[in-house]
Write a protein that binds this ligand. Structure first.
Ligand code: BDR
Ligand code: CA
Length: 314
């Protein structure tokens, strides 16, 4: 089977961790590199979290750390992932180190050396990706698409009045650069990711699938806490950007124009998603708005079972 070559740019993060579990288990994907960005916590922490996740999964992938500093505004970090950025599960020590080059350099090297166009999968803030696109404009043509988690048509979690989504909002100038890069963008925003939930009473079922299943259950237990009582389950935002590459048929999408509000006093960083075409602008993104939730949950189970099977063979 021909695999899809991808680079994941992440800021783990509980849902980033589950995205990695899925990506590194699936035979359809070839994870060429992982670049790490600051967002949920500064990059020193999200970087160590990435290396520790790889240790749990028993995988080795080239990893490089990037920036935590937005282009023009101050850094901001999320609270929901705890002090470490990955509170909850007991994490092992890393078994590999990050490379001695920056995330942007690793992006460039991997794209440059690839014989075929690469898919980028950002599941964090868009600073690394924007700097990469600005620094290596000649490599744009070697990027097939960007399947990203971020944005929202209707409601967010960041900025005054929560009108923006965190990943796009933290460095909304970087987000603007990415959305106007001309590269095909598949936007997995809250419209779909808030439907990609694991009901709380299903968490325990993951514990049946060995070490990685227990890891996923621990992630769900911690990350789900703030949502309990007012949401149907734990939203696994970032895993959507991976799941779409593996099984696009479980999603519904629409090609539309997406603008990032750059100077709204109260709405800066919001994604303005023109579902009705009123702006008259050509589509610059494929916005994902629905998911077959049951199939999504099945995918996560079968990912955990794949690791369990490998563990048994050792
Ligand atoms: C996004 O924000 C982060 O906290 C999550 O990891 C996800 O990427 C959801 O808004
Ligand atoms: Ca993330």
């Amino acid at each position: 089977m021909k695999k899809i070559p991808i680079i994941i740019d992440c800021d783990p993060g509980h849902d980033d961790a589950i995205a990695l579990v899925l990506a590194l288990s699936d035979e359809k994907l070839d994870v060429k590199a992982i670049t790490v960005v600051g967002g949920n916590q500064p990059v020193e922490k999200t970087g160590q979290n990435t290396l520790r996740i790889l240790a749990i999964l028993g995988k080795q992938v080239p990893v490089a750390f990037g920036t935590s500093t937005p282009l023009l505004v101050k850094p901001y970090h999320a609270q929901v992932h705890g002090e470490s950025g990955l509170d909850g599960p007991k994490m092992p020590e890393p078994i590999q180190k990050q490379l001695d080059i920056s995330a942007v350099e690793l992006l460039a090297k991997t794209v440059e050396e690839s014989n075929e166009p690469i898919t980028l999968v950002p599941t964090g803030t868009l600073m690394n990706i924007a700097i990469f696109l600005l620094s290596y404009p000649h490599l744009k043509s070697k990027i097939k698409q960007i399947s990203m988690m971020g944005g929202s048509a209707v409601s967010g979690c960041s900025g005054p009045g929560d009108v923006a989504e965190f990943n796009v909002w933290v460095d909304y100038h970087a987000s603007h650069i990415v959305f106007h890069s001309g590269i095909p963008i598949i936007m997995h925003g809250y419209d779909v990711t808030n439907k990609a939930v694991i009901p709380y009473e299903h968490n325990e079922k993951f514990r049946e699938h060995g070490k990685v299943g227990i890891f996923v259950a621990d992630l769900l237990d911690f990350f789900g806490k703030p949502f309990r009582g007012h949401w149907p389950g734990t939203p696994i935002h970032d895993a959507c950007a991976i799941a779409w590459l593996i099984a696009p048929e479980i999603f519904e999408t629409k090609k539309v124009h997406v603008a990032i509000d750059l100077d709204g006093e109260w709405t800066y960083g919001a994604t303005v998603v023109d579902f009705t075409g009123e702006s008259g602008q050509s589509p610059n993104a494929e916005v994902v708005f629905d998911i077959d939730r049951d199939r999504f949950e099945e995918m996560l189970h079968s990912a955990c079972k794949t690791y369990e099977e490998k563990e048994r063979q050792l």
